[in-house]
Design a protein around this ligand. Structure first.
Ligand code: DAH
Length: 344
């Protein structure tokens, strides 16, 4: 056994591999699971007690030698290709790395979030599958009220009323969840996807995206609503963009309004985007109806607030002059590639 070890020791000391493959062969031969050292330890089990004492030490030293040699050589022969140890041409130009571009709706959503974050709004989300309460009843849509027909609903389970389950038709449902689960003041925007049973065309789609806004505190007035949205429009479409409010109706706000802005394409001169009126509608808004506050467990004598909701596709259309809603969901690279790429 001693002779064998001496012979191997000499072999190890003299070993000088030319490349990483030879080193690997060395590792397998000596240190592998079926290697020589393993073998010697097997033989060692059968020697007498006297020899055990001397050989134990010798064998361990030998093993350490082999390991040390291997580790030392590994440093110089690591398997990363270099100009020395491989025939790979490291000077060849690399393959181009294709960075995708952000979807226009993501760009718009991020911009809207940024503007409202600077005003102290937080971002909240809610489920896309909603019950009747959060999508309709809590928002002051009475059962069987024709206002429910304003939004053609995809029902998942329909039991005529309270137990209905549907794809949410608007992000206003997230307002309800927020108010039910927290305590005022609230200052939040809620972006998300919504669904309506509409025939798909250039101007309508069965799903689209909205951003809902909610501001509830003591002494919040319609003036706060106007100034917040005015500021938002200046930030999004540039200083000097005009706004106007028209009275409107939503079950969950009183009073309610729709907000128009001066056409971002023709600056009010008249074009086919604004149907030659100089104005384009961008959102619905109003003071949260006291019934909605009470439905969500908020004292409507103490708190008031405003809400607004806008379609993100509409905002993107006006920013990027996109005239066909279907482009947003068709994943056509020729369309998507035109938008600014953000390096993250
Ligand atoms: N939920 C409305 C819709 O989908 C939009 C809306 C209007 C939201 C007025 C609001 C609001 O919060 O105050 O058409």
């Amino acid at each position: 056994m001693q002779d064998q070890i001496d012979q191997y020791t000499a072999e190890i000391n003299a070993f000088a591999p030319a490349n990483a493959d030879e080193l690997e062969t060395f590792r397998i031969k000596f240190l592998g699971t079926k290697g020589l050292i393993k073998d010697l330890f097997e033989q060692f089990k059968n020697v007498g007690p006297e020899e055990k004492r001397t050989f134990g030490k010798v064998l361990n030293q030998f093993k350490q030698l082999a390991e040390a040699k291997y580790n030392e050589l590994k440093e110089t022969h690591n398997s990363e290709p270099t100009t020395q140890n491989s025939d790979i041409d490291l000077t060849l130009p690399g393959d181009g790395f294709q960075v995708g571009s952000r979807h226009p709706l993501s760009l718009v959503r991020n911009e809207i979030i940024d503007i409202f974050k600077r005003l102290g709004f937080v971002v909240a989300e809610g489920p896309e599958i909603e019950d009747d309460w959060h999508n309709f009843s809590a928002l002051n849509f009475p059962e069987e009220h024709p206002a429910r027909d304003m939004q053609d609903t995809f029902f998942i389970k329909k039991n005529a009323g309270k137990d209905d389950i549907a794809l949410r038709t608007h992000t206003s449902s997230v307002q309800v969840r927020m108010m039910e689960n927290g305590k005022p003041p609230f200052r939040a925007i809620m972006p998300g996807r919504v669904y309506r049973n509409e025939a798909i065309s250039a101007r309508a789609h069965c799903f689209f995206h909205q951003v809902e806004g909610l501001y509830i505190d003591e002494n919040v007035s319609f003036a706060d609503l106007k100034q917040t949205l005015y500021h938002f429009v200046q930030e999004l479409y540039g200083e000097g963009t005009q706004v106007r409010f028209r009275p409107s109706y939503f079950p969950f706000t009183e009073p309610s309004a729709e907000m128009d802005i001066s056409c971002t394409i023709c600056k009010g001169a008249g074009c086919n985007m604004c149907k030659y009126s100089g104005w384009v509608e961008i959102l619905g808004c109003g003071m949260v109806d006291p019934n909605v506050l009470e439905n969500c467990g908020i004292d409507s004598k103490k708190y008031t607030g405003f809400a607004f909701g806008m379609g993100m596709e509409r905002i993107a259309n006006l920013k990027y002059v996109i005239r066909d809603l279907r482009l947003f969901s068709e994943n056509d690279e020729r369309f998507l590639k035109q938008f600014q790429t953000e390096i993250i």
